[in-house]
Design a protein around this ligand. Structure first.
Ligand SMILES: [Zn+2]
Length: 375
């Protein structure tokens, strides 16, 4: 009988915890390890310390700090179970810790995978299981214990401990063998994310950005305004001359107004020239295009160097923001940073723009055995 079986039994028989709450693994473990049930209740196990994490604030609540076992005060209470049974349970805990449950280890995709159905995080787990073989309807025990590493919906894992009879709806998303998911992810990185042309197909809103980036639009708009202004000035200059020639304006008035026009025209021309200087820059090496190329090239070189677990994990964390897994289908998300120069105000730092990408992929499913691939 394992913990989940006990939990389900308790729920199906409507046995709540002492605080009338629903059971979970932590509560059950604490109960099974509680010595009071076999007749000894310990007091003085911990003391309340008023300690604050931040020295600038006074602690509001105290913190329970465990005392050394020698300071505990045992008191006899009426036992519910025998000492032998209690010891047997503790022995089982100790053995499980030793043999089956390895300490949780981070996997390549830890913290990166999300459940596409309920939104919980997909967590890796490692389990050992005995090999079985089916032969003419008989199940034959095989020698040896196999290791299985898989990613599964954390919510589903938690719900599995509960009885189906208490109305908790389980997440239906499947689990996935770790190396198959990892293989799928690395294939996408190698085949799509290092290829500029292919990656472009997966960028969101990319086409709009490249043809009419915001900066470009703004510059064009400003140029149009300045051109309009220049033509207005020329027009009014002509009108002034016309008026003067017909004798409708004094010489003084004409000189001063025409000077104003000249000054305004010169200022506008200067502004226009500055603006034009910026535009070829934008056209020559399109910032967006360049950023994507740079992105692909840096993944490519890092991928070649990533031969061990830590460098591979680093690469994944750097270039992928999330992977959504839904029954064998994945959507890989990330973004390409675009460094645009700030044309409005050269004193300001260059602004960073992002173009997100989403790449779909399929993970090989099924229970058939396969070799662990090299990425
Ligand atoms: Zn889920």
């Amino acid at each position: 009988m394992n913990q989940s079986t006990i939990l389900r039994y308790l729920e199906e028989h409507n046995i709540p915890t002492k605080n009338n709450k629903t059971w979970d693994h932590v509560k059950l473990t604490n109960t099974l390890k509680n010595t009071a049930y076999m007749g000894i209740k310990y007091f003085n196990k911990s003391n309340l310390v008023k300690e604050s994490v931040n020295p600038f604030y006074k602690p509001k609540y105290g913190k329970l700090k465990p005392r050394d076992k020698s300071e505990w005060l045992p008191v006899k209470v009426p036992p519910i179970i025998s000492v032998e049974l209690f010891d047997k349970v503790q022995e089982r805990f100790r053995k499980n810790k030793e043999s089956y449950k390895k300490p949780s280890q981070s996997q390549l995709l830890s913290n990166l995978v999300k459940c596409g159905i309920c939104g919980w995080s997909y967590s890796p787990y490692k389990r050992f299981y005995r090999g079985y073989k089916r032969q003419n309807r008989n199940v034959i025990k095989r020698y040896g214990v196999y290791e299985k590493v898989a990613y599964t919906c954390g919510n589903r894992l938690k719900q599995k401990a509960h009885s189906t009879k208490i109305g908790i709806v389980r997440c239906t998303n499947s689990e996935t063998i770790a190396h198959r998911l990892e293989f799928c992810v690395f294939t996408i990185i190698r085949e799509i994310m290092t290829d500029t042309a292919k990656l472009k197909n997966h960028l969101i809103g990319f086409k709009n950005k490249i043809t009419k980036s915001d900066t470009k639009l703004k510059l064009e708009e400003r140029l149009k305004i300045l051109d309009q202004k220049l033509s207005d000035i020329t027009k009014s200059e002509k009108e002034l001359l016309d008026k003067y020639a017909r004798g409708n304006m004094s010489r003084e008035e004409y000189v001063s107004k025409s000077r104003n026009c000249d000054r305004e025209s010169n200022e506008t021309k200067k502004k226009r020239n500055e603006l034009i200087k910026q535009i070829p820059n934008l056209h020559e090496d399109d910032v967006v295009e360049k950023s994507i190329r740079h992105y692909c090239e840096s993944i490519k070189s890092e991928l070649e160097d990533a031969t061990d677990f830590y460098s591979q994990r680093q690469l994944l964390q750097k270039y992928i923001s999330q992977i959504v897994f839904t029954n064998g289908e994945i959507v890989m998300m990330g973004f390409v940073s675009i460094q645009t120069k700030n044309y409005e105000d050269p004193e300001k730092n260059p602004s960073t723009d992002k173009i997100e990408f989403r790449i779909r992929g399929k993970v090989k499913m099924g229970m058939k055995k396969d070799k662990r691939d090299n990425y």
